[in-house]
Design a protein around this ligand. Structure first.
Ligand code: FES
Length: 84
C-alpha cells in the first residue's frame, strides 16, 4: 500500500450520532469510486472535546468541523484529488 493520505473520523458518541457513522460509508464509497482506496488510510479516534462543533473529521492533520454529507464529498474531492 502506498498511503499518501490519512483520514481520522471521530467516533465519539456525539460525532457518531451527528453523522460520522454515516460519513464513514460516504468516504469508503468515494474512495472506491475514485480508485483511491490504496492511497488512503482510515482510522477512528475518540472524542477530542470538540463535540459542539461536530461531527469532526481530520484529513492529513487538518480538522474539519461540522461537516455534512455534501461538504464531506467536496472536502474529499478537493483534498484527495488535488494531485491529479
Ligand atoms: S464526540 Fe467527536 S469531538 Fe466529542
Amino acid at each position: 500500500m502506498n498511503t499518501t493520505h490519512r483520514i481520522v473520523i471521530c467516533l465519539g458518541s456525539s460525532c457518531s450520532a451527528r453523522g460520522n457513522a454515516r460519513h464513514l460509508a460516504t468516504i469508503r464509497e468515494f474512495l472506491a469510486r475514485e480508485g483511491l482506496e490504496d492511497r488512503v488510510e482510515i482510522s477512528g479516534s475518540l472524542c477530542s472535546g470538540h463535540c459542539k462543533d461536530g461531527p469532526n473529521i481530520s484529513i492529513d492533520d487538518k480538522i474539519w468541523y461540522g461537516i455534512d454529507n455534501g461538504s464531506l464529498v467536496d472536502i474529499l474531492t478537493h483534498t484527495l484529488k488535488r494531485e491529479e
